[in-house]
Design a protein around this ligand. Structure first.
Ligand SMILES: [Zn+2]
Length: 478
C-alpha cells in the first residue's frame, strides 16, 4: 500500500489584550449584555471614521519580534470585502500585501526532536460580531466583539508541520509565547485564541501537494490534535479508495470526533482587497521599534532554561511551570521558593493543577494565593502538619479560600510529635496486633510497615511518621 504524508499549515487568530477596540474607544472585554459595547465605528455606520489603536499595533510588532520576523517598516491596512451578517461594514479592515511581520520562525519540540516552523506573516485586523442562533428559527447578532483587535499568524508554505502531534505542539508553544508577551490571554474556550489548521496529504516523498481542507471551530489543544488526526485519516482513506478530496472548509464535531463539510472554500481573489482609504499608511520608525525591543519580557524558552539552572527543577517541571506566564509568575511568587523549589513545583503541577482543571479555572484567579501555598509548605517543613494532612486540607483551602493555619486549627489536625502521646498510641497498636508483633520478632521485618500504618490510622494521619518509626523500633527492641 502507498504511504501518505500529512502536510499541515496553521492559521491562528489571537484577540489582543487592549483597553479599547481596534478602531474606536469601545471597551475590549469578553462577554457583556449583547450590543452594549459598540458605537457607530464598530457597527460600521456610514460616515464613521476608524482610528488605529497604537497598543494593538505594538502588540503585533512585539509578537513578530518574538517569532523572529522581519518587520515591514512601511505597513498599512487594507479592506477585505465580503458580506456576512456579523460584518456590518461589508468589509473587514485587515492587512494584505504589507503585513507588520514576515518571514519568521518558531522552534517546537515534538516526538523528541526540535522542528523549526517557518512563519509566513503576522498581521493585524479586526474581529467580526457574533451570530447567536438560539432564538427559534431566528438568528441575532451581537456586535460587542465587532472591531476587537485581532492578530493573525500564518505558517509558511510549504509547511513544516507533518503530524497532529506537531500541530498541537506548535499551538502550545505559540500560546505560551503570546501569554508571556501579554498580548493575548490565550483563553481558547472563550475564543481569544482560535486556530484553523489546513490539512492535505500526499504520497510520501512526492514533491506535489494534495487538495487541502481547512478545519474550523477548534477550541482546545485536544480538539486541534483530534481534528487534524481525523482529517488526515479521512483524506488518506479517500485517496486509498481512489476517491477525490474536495477543497472546502470543514467543522469539528467534538462528540462524534469527526470533521464535517461546512461550505466550499472562498478563493482569495474574491475578497477584492484594496488599501483602506480612511487610514494613512503606518511608518514603524527605528526609535519606536527600539523602544518595543527594550521592553520585551523573558520568553518561555529563556525562562525554562533559567528555571532549570536557578532552581534545579526537572525538565518536566520546568516545562509545565513555563507553560503560561501566569503559572511561571505564580511559582516565583511563592515565598520560600528558593529554599524548596521542588516542593513548590510539586504542589503546583500536582494538586493545584488537578483542582484548577476540575473547576475549569486559571491559576491567576488565585483561589489559593502563592502566599497561602508558601505558608502551608512551611507548616509541613516545620512539622506542624504532615504532608498527608496537607493533602487532605488542600481541597478545602481551594474551595473556601481559607489558610492552612485556619483549617488545621478548626479541624484539630496539628501533627502529634509529643513523645508521651505517640507512645500511648504505639502501645495500643502493639497490644492489639499480637500476631504481627510475634511475626516481626521472628524475623518477618516486612510486616513493620503495617504497624506504622496502623499507628498513622489510629492518629488519623496526625502522627509524625519519623517519630512513630523511632518509637515502634524502640518498643519492639529492633
Ligand atoms: Zn466602537
Amino acid at each position: 500500500m502507498p504511504e501518505y504524508e500529512p502536510v499541515i499549515g496553521m492559521e491562528c487568530h489571537a484577540e489582543l489584550l487592549t483597553e479599547s477596540k481596534m478602531f474606536c474607544k469601545c471597551p475590549n472585554q469578553f462577554g457583556g449584555d449583547p450590543n452594549t459595547r459598540c458605537c457607530p465605528v464598530c457597527m460600521g455606520l456610514p460616515g464613521s471614521l476608524p482610528v488605529p489603536n497604537r497598543q494593538a499595533v505594538e502588540h503585533v510588532i512585539r509578537t513578530a519580534l518574538a517569532l523572529n520576523c522581519e518587520i515591514n517598516r512601511q505597513t498599512r491596512f487594507d479592506r477585505k470585502n465580503y458580506f456576512y451578517p456579523d460584518l456590518p461594514k461589508g468589509y473587514q479592515i485587515s492587512q494584505y500585501d504589507l503585513p507588520i511581520g514576515i518571514r519568521g520562525w518558531l522552534d517546537i519540540e515534538a516526538n523528541g526532536r526540535t522542528i523549526r516552523v517557518h512563519i509566513r506573516r503576522v498581521h493585524l485586523e479586526e474581529d467580526t460580531g457574533k451570530l447567536l442562533h438560539s432564538v427559534g428559527d431566528e438568528s441575532e447578532v451581537d456586535f460587542n466583539r465587532s472591531g476587537v483587535p485581532l492578530m493573525e499568524i500564518v505558517t509558511e508554505f510549504p509547511p513544516d508541520i507533518h503530524s497532529a502531534e506537531e500541530a498541537r505542539a506548535y499551538l502550545v508553544k505559540l500560546r505560551s509565547i503570546l501569554t508571556f508577551l501579554g498580548v493575548c490571554d490565550g483563553k481558547m474556550e472563550q475564543g481569544s485564541l482560535r486556530c484553523e489548521p489546513n490539512v492535505s496529504v500526499r504520497l510520501m516523498g512526492s514533491g506535489e501537494f494534495g487538495v487541502k481542507t481547512e478545519i474550523k471551530n477548534l477550541n482546545s489543544f485536544r480538539a486541534v490534535y483530534r481534528g487534524v488526526e481525523h482529517e488526515v485519516e479521512r483524506q488518506t482513506g479517500l485517496l486509498k479508495r481512489g476517491e477525490k478530496i474536495i477543497q472546502e472548509t470543514r467543522g469539528w464535531n467534538e462528540v462524534q470526533g469527526a470533521t464535517y463539510s461546512m461550505r466550499f472554500k472562498e478563493f482569495e481573489q474574491e475578497y477584492r482587497y484594496f488599501p483602506e482609504p480612511d487610514i494613512p499608511p503606518m511608518l514603524i520608525t527605528d526609535d519606536w521599534l527600539e523602544a518595543i525591543r527594550r521592553t520585551m519580557p523573558e520568553l518561555p524558552d529563556t525562562k525554562r532554561n533559567r528555571f532549570l539552572s536557578q532552581y534545579g527543577l526537572s525538565e518536566y517541571d520546568a516545562e509545565l511551570l513555563t507553560e503560561t506566564r501566569a503559572i511561571a509568575g505564580y511559582f516565583e511568587a511563592v515565598p520560600g521558593v528558593t529554599d524548596d523549589p521542588k516542593s513548590v513545583a510539586n504542589w503546583i503541577t500536582g494538586d493545584l493543577t488537578r483542582l484548577l482543571n476540575a473547576h475549569n479555572e486559571e491559576i491567576d484567579q488565585y483561589r489559593i494565593t502563592p502566599q497561602r501555598l508558601g505558608e502551608m509548605i512551611e507548616m509541613i517543613k516545620s512539622g506542624v502538619i504532615s504532608g498527608k494532612i496537607a493533602k487532605t486540607i488542600f481541597d478545602e483551602m481551594y474551595e473556601s479560600g481559607r489558610s492552612a493555619g485556619e483549617l488545621v486549627a478548626q479541624h484539630g489536625l496539628t501533627q502529634i510529635s509529643d513523645e508521651a502521646a505517640l507512645a500511648a498510641i504505639v502501645d495500643g497498636v502493639v497490644e492489639a496486633e499480637t500476631e504481627v508483633v510475634a511475626a516481626i520478632q521472628n524475623g518477618k521485618l516486612n510486616k513493620f510497615g503495617y504497624l506504622i500504618g496502623q499507628v498513622m490510622k489510629e492518629s488519623q494521619g496526625r502522627a509524625n511518621p519519623h517519630e512513630v518509626n523511632r518509637l515502634l523500633k524502640k518498643r519492639l527492641n529492633l
